[in-house]
Design a protein around this ligand. Structure first.
Ligand SMILES: [Zn+2]
Length: 324
């Protein structure tokens, strides 16, 4: 894997917010702050075509990030009222968050994949607390951890949805005619996660599907007819035809070597599947999860990280049982 932005790489090493950067004519990246959770920066992309500006993943909604966006536009000779569209790779608030504000301020169109729009509707319906507690009980969560997980669940559910103006199916073009950037449906991280293919210039916007310096979580938004791990592995396969492209991810830094990174990520998840399969005799998701190897150590997981670890363990168990 080859890092193609030294400044983004250095910022990622320090978990800092990288500055506005020109990638090529009319294409810029801009770090926006994601408070509270690591990594603390999301990469937002600006496309400038004549007098029009298009945004990919505006990032977390805050006054500070809005100011960053406005001053970045000034730097490249643009203004908010030139923003025509906002395309969002997936529904997480560190990507979708500011879309509503941008639309309110500018009348820009907001575009997502149809499955992501359905997921947003699902997630905006409050889940009865009793159902959530039952799920934790089925996982075998000890009483001492229930409150922590419940708070994390409620925080995660507190997402502001949006009714998109445009639904982008796989293969459809973004509303930027001259560039011919097309949507690539990559379910797994969320059910309607989009990658974006700039075939003319050789860029692949990977969102959170493929990141250079962390392994993406799986099954973190919306229900799917398939097991999200299976979806994710299939979506990884779709990366391989873009090996010549430069990856423009949602976090971290730009890089080349998409196949190499894809293979590393696939191995990581298959290794996790192997670990889980060795523990399938255990009586609960909790008991399986505590025996797996976690980057931060099982004892150190809490809140959202613990919730995500347990739900991914459950997805692995379901997948493995369906394979046997
Ligand atoms: Zn993200």
């Amino acid at each position: 894997m080859q890092v193609t932005s030294q400044s983004q790489f250095e910022a990622a090493e320090r978990d800092a917010v990288p500055p506005l950067e020109r990638i090529t004519d009319g294409l810029y990246s801009l770090g926006v702050e994601f408070p509270g959770v690591k990594p603390h920066a999301t990469l937002c992309y600006l496309l400038q075509v004549g007098n029009d500006i298009h945004i990919i993943d505006p990032g977390w909604d805050s006054d500070q990030n809005w100011q960053r966006l406005v001053s970045s536009l000034e730097t490249i000779g643009g203004r908010p009222n030139q923003i025509r569209s906002v395309t969002v790779t997936h529904l997480h608030p560190d990507h979708l968050g500011m879309a509503q504000r941008v639309r309110d301020e500018t009348n820009a169109l907001v575009a997502v994949h149809p499955a992501e729009q359905r997921a947003l509707k699902e997630l905006s319906a409050p889940q009865p607390k009793q159902l959530v507690l039952e799920r934790f009980k089925n996982w075998g969560v000890p009483d001492s951890k229930v409150q922590d997980l419940l708070s994390a669940f409620e925080r995660r559910s507190n997402w502001r949805g949006i009714d998109a103006d445009l639904l982008l199916e796989d293969g459809e073009n973004l509303p930027i005619k001259s560039l011919g950037i097309s949507a690539l449906h990559l379910p797994g991280h969320t059910t309607g996660h989009l990658g974006l293919v700039d075939a003319k210039r050789g860029y692949l916007f990977t969102g959170d599907h493929l990141l250079p310096n962390q392994f993406s979580g799986i099954g973190l938004g919306g229900s799917s007819d398939n097991n999200p791990i299976e979806d994710y592995l299939q979506s990884l396969d779709r990366m391989l035809e873009f090996d010549e492209f430069e990856a423009l991810p949602g976090h971290g830094y730009r890089f080349k070597g998409i196949s190499e990174r894809t293979n590393q990520v696939r191995s990581h998840h298959l290794e996790r599947a192997r670990e889980v399969s060795n523990q399938l005799g255990e009586t609960s998701v909790w008991k399986i999860a505590e025996k797996l190897s976690w980057t931060d150590g099982w004892q150190n997981l809490s809140g959202l990280a613990l919730l995500s670890a347990l739900s991914q363990t459950e997805l692995h168990v379901d997948r493995l049982r369906s394979l046997t």
